[in-house]
Write a protein that binds this ligand. Structure first.
Ligand code: F6R
Length: 608
């Protein structure tokens, strides 16, 4: 997720100011680097967010049009040279991009053979060079842009500008949002309406596969095959903050609703389904060493550690490698026994959590191979680990982690396939996991469609003082994750517990005022879960079950049911956690709490 913003006008407004102010309202989309290009003034780029860019923009940086970008790094470190906008070899064609060009390596290779030289390691730069190449044969900038877009595969929301036609800017959309702003003598392109709204309320949302050209006085839209399109103009009555949240009331809800795209992005380009293989470029450099590993220690904190627990079960079942999960804050003080055949794997959204970082450093000191599953590109843990896999979940703004958890589980499943296939997992098994992974986004959508039902349940249980969450096997970790979500957002006491462990203590708490959330999908643990639910019902405890679609029987036993689609047992946490995230969200909202910023918590915990 990156933010793009472009402006062209003849109203006398200073384009540099319009662009820099606009970037500020897109900052929630990325803050790794920022950059701006104006044909009249040149380009300025900087690592960091908009404030850093502003410091570098000279007083005389003035113009009537330009393109600007905020980067959430995917390919290439968040350095100045990798910051957008990127240019072609001549420095005439400039581009800003949100998304991932999947075939950039092939395209780059072919362009290099034709004499193009690249400055950055990003996938985006290839777009500018590709347009340059097509301009040699096509008659116009527009046609060259269309020809280039027809060659790329992947996702993009882009703005393209040509120095020789400074008042026209081209936008295109495939999988990443693009909205046009229609003003009086000025037009805009942006990732969402928030930077446009101070200037005009009239917008046009592009659809996938559409290209638009804006000039100060108008806009036109066509498809990739050059046929014209007419799109309706929408009057927006949101304010800028609502626009950043995509119209949702909170970032948390927006991030939960992004689940299907997040899983798609974590999988993108990483599966060879017909061969049952996972391709993880970030691990290529250590693939041989991974073959000698006889133990994995997962280090993480909070939600990331619960993802690790599910990962432990996946790895042990699918790779045969013994795995332990260690909380970052404990690991470094316990004198862990590690040797060069141990891999210490950090899981972290921010990549900055101090406890996890120190655990990685401890592993390194003791000679382990260090690996990371990290969402934030170029973060300290991403840099200090020997190798790793990025989540590609985009920035997570809400303090409570939701979409990052889904992406962590997805990457763990990919890693289980990657390691498993190198250690005897059959091709058939690999194909089965790949197929199930690809089906997940649609299944998550099915769960999200039940939002209203979950909201009603939240209202029913909002006055509970305590909550128990129980699950077994893969859903053991989900029970803990469900509980942490509820307690951190709604300040209700909630405990996660292995359903089998309940009888060793926690069941003593159960009475008619102590509800339980039971993860009871139709899997190898189903019968055992049903027995545990009976134990609770015998003590008059109310039970909400997360169950598999079509399981009518369970509805007769429990008080409330939320149904989720069936999937492979090892992937079921990815579906089962979604209703628990929504439940915690709606309970906190109902209580009137600050959902995105729960008390006493911070998004990135860089203290011990
Ligand atoms: C809970 C939550 C925290 C984080 C934990 C680790 O919703 O967000 O428990 O998961 O602080 O953070 P990262 O993943 O950034 O290392």
């Amino acid at each position: 997720m990156c933010g793009i913003f472009a402006y062209t006008g003849n109203t006398g407004k200073e384009a540099g100011k319009v662009l820099l102010d606009g970037l500020l309202s897109l900052e929630y989309r990325g803050y790794d680097s920022a950059g701006i290009f104006m044909p009249d003034a040149g380009s300025v780029k900087s690592p960091g967010a908009v404030a850093e860019l502003r410091k570098k923009v000279p007083q005389d940086f003035k113009g009537k049009s330009g393109i600007a970008h905020l980067r959430w790094a995917t390919h290439g470190e968040p350095t100045e040279v990798n910051a957008h906008p990127h240019a072609d070899s001549s420095g005439d064609i400039w581009v800003v991009h949100n998304g991932i060009i999947e075939n950039f390596k092939e395209l780059k290779h072919a362009l290099e053979k034709k004499g193009h030289t690249f400055k950055s390691t990003t996938d985006t730069e290839v777009l500018a060079h590709l347009v340059e190449e097509h301009l040699k044969t096509e008659k116009s900038f527009e046609k060259a842009a269309l020809a280039a877009l027809n060659e790329v595969r992947g996702t993009y929301g882009i703005a393209l500008q040509y120095k020789k036609e400074p008042d026209r800017i081209i936008a295109a959309r495939m999988g990443s949002p693009i909205v046009l702003g229609l003003g009086d003598g000025e037009h805009f392109i942006a990732s969402d309406p928030s930077p446009i709204l101070p200037h005009t309320k009239k917008v046009v949302f592009l659809e996938d596969g559409e290209v638009a050209v804006i000039s100060p006085d108008g806009h036109s839209i066509f498809k990739l095959d050059a046929t014209k399109v007419k799109r309706e103009v929408t009057e927006i009555d949101w304010d800028a903050e609502q626009a950043q949240k995509g119209g949702y009331e909170h970032f948390m809800l927006k991030e939960i609703m992004e689940g299907p795209e997040v899983v798609e992005n974590s999988l993108r380009g990483r599966l060879i389904p017909e061969k049952g293989l996972a391709k993880l470029g970030g691990l290529e450099s250590v693939a041989k060493q991974l073959d000698t590993i006889d133990r994995i220690i997962i280090v993480a904190c909070g939600t990331a550690a619960y993802a690790g627990q599910a990962g432990e079960y996946m790895f042990e079942a699918e790779t045969g490698i013994p795995v332990e999960v260690e909380i970052g804050s404990e690991f470094r003080y316990k004198k862990p026994v590690i040797n060069e055949r141990t891999a210490v794997l950090a899981i972290t959204q921010s990549g900055e959590t101090l406890d996890t970082l120190e655990a990685i450093r401890e592993g390194k000191r003791r000679g382990a191979l260090t690996l990371g599953i990290v969402n934030t590109v170029g973060s300290t843990i991403a840099r200090e680990t020997d190798a790793g896999v990025y989540n590609h979940a985009g920035p997570e703004i809400s303090v409570a982690s939701t979409k990052a958890f889904l992406s962590q589980l997805t990457v763990l499943a990919l890693l289980a396939m990657f390691l498993g296939r190198r250690r005897g997992m059959s091709e058939e098994k690999g194909r089965e996991i790949a197929k199930a992974l690809k089906e997940l986004p649609d299944k998550i959508r099915t769960v999200l469609e039940q939002r209203e039902k979950i909201e009603a349940l939240a209202k029913k249980y909002v006055h509970s003082r305590d909550f128990l969450y129980i699950g077994r096997k893969y859903n053991f970790a989900v029970a803990f994750e469900g509980a942490i979500k509820l307690k951190e957002l709604s300040y209700i006491h909630a405990e996660g517990c292995g359903a089998g462990e309940m009888k060793h203590g926690p069941i003593a708490m159960i009475d008619e005022n102590f509800p339980t959330m039971a993860l009871a999908p139709k899997d190898s643990m189903y019968e055992k879960m049903i027995s545990n639910i009976h134990e609770i019902k015998a003590r008059k405890g109310p039970v909400i079950a997360i169950a598999t679609e079509g399981d009518e029987e369970i509805a007769k036993l429990v008080d409330d049911v939320i149904y989720v689609p069936e999937t492979l047992e090892m992937l079921s946490p990815i579906l089962n956690v979604v209703p628990l995230q929504l439940f915690a969200y709606y309970v906190a909202k109902e209580k009137g709490f600050n959902v995105d910023r729960p008390r006493n918590l911070a998004k990135s915990v860089t203290v011990e």
